[in-house]
Design a protein around this ligand. Sequence first.
Ligand SMILES: Cc1cc2nc3c(=O)[nH]c(=O)nc-3n(C[C@H](O)[C@H](O)[C@H](O)COP(=O)(O)OP(=O)(O)OC[C@H]3O[C@@H](n4cnc5c(N)ncnc54)[C@H](O)[C@@H]3O)c2cc1C
Length: 273
Amino acid sequence: MTESTQDPPINAGTRELLTEIETRCHANPLYTRRIGSFGFLELEESWGDEATIINTARISTTNSRITDVSQCGEREKNLLYQLLSKNHGTPFETVHFRWRVIAPIFVLRQWMRHRICSYNEFSQRYREPITAYYVPDSEALTVNGFEVLTPDLLERYEARMNGLHLFYQEEYNAICQRIQQAEEAGTIPVIKGGKNPYRARARELLRNAMPVSTYSDLYWTINFRSLMNFFNLRRKPDAQYEIRQYADAAFEMFRHKLPLLAETMERVLRESS
Ligand SMILES: Cc1cc2nc3c(=O)[nH]c(=O)nc-3n(C[C@H](O)[C@H](O)[C@H](O)COP(=O)(O)OP(=O)(O)OC[C@H]3O[C@@H](n4cnc5c(N)ncnc54)[C@H](O)[C@@H]3O)c2cc1C
């Protein structure tokens, strides 16, 4: 059984990631959030706004267009409401958001069930794993005041996670040493530049030992119609606490970016429940 009371040494890629998170939090404070023990969410870019939706819908009925959201009067607000409440979905597909998500793999596994969007993820084939795993906070540890994971069990959980990360690092370093020795002995060719297939195979196999609490890093690009579905499903109390934290943070950023659309969405949701 692999356990260790020592934290695994943070690898170079993880150190760079930590610096990048700090830089992004300073550069974009309204649209960044640290989540949980290592997590991070940023609304990096968005395209379109309420005016885009109004103008798209108006192709059906009129040549009248608005230039931006400041021109949204009662007629436009009512049009937004009518479109949303009557499920005229396609105008809402014309507004897009790109998020940077650093989350544990078990959260991302739930996230990936949302198919109407695009993902680009950190690769453990090409890189060593991020040296960070999910540690539950006090809210995550208890249900109605009952401590599901006691401090003692949490300590053992952390020791197990440390052990798995250490196992990866020690075995990977050992394999790299053997590869180097074999290269020096002429048993295998020296590969200059590009990807080394021996080290790549080691990463492909050793990543199987990494727990689902390990953090991963991805870009998530999604249109508003699908984002609304994500909010509806993942902000509900029955969604798992950890993905809910991300969905709630994403919603707050979205609300700050497009307040009229957020308000209309909340009104429709309230009325439908
Ligand atoms: C609380 C909770 C518990 C869950 N538990 C489980 C579980 O135990 N096991 C499990 O497998 N999943 C589970 N899920 C995942 C859930 O079933 C959905 O897969 C996930 O929430 C993505 O939702 P979606 O399909 O609406 O989103 P998307 O994949 O983004 O799809 C958006 C919409 O596009 C349409 N669409 C997409 N693909 C198709 C298609 N192939 N055919 C027809 N229409 C399509 C649908 O209208 C869909 O609502 C759970 C989700 C939640 C929120």
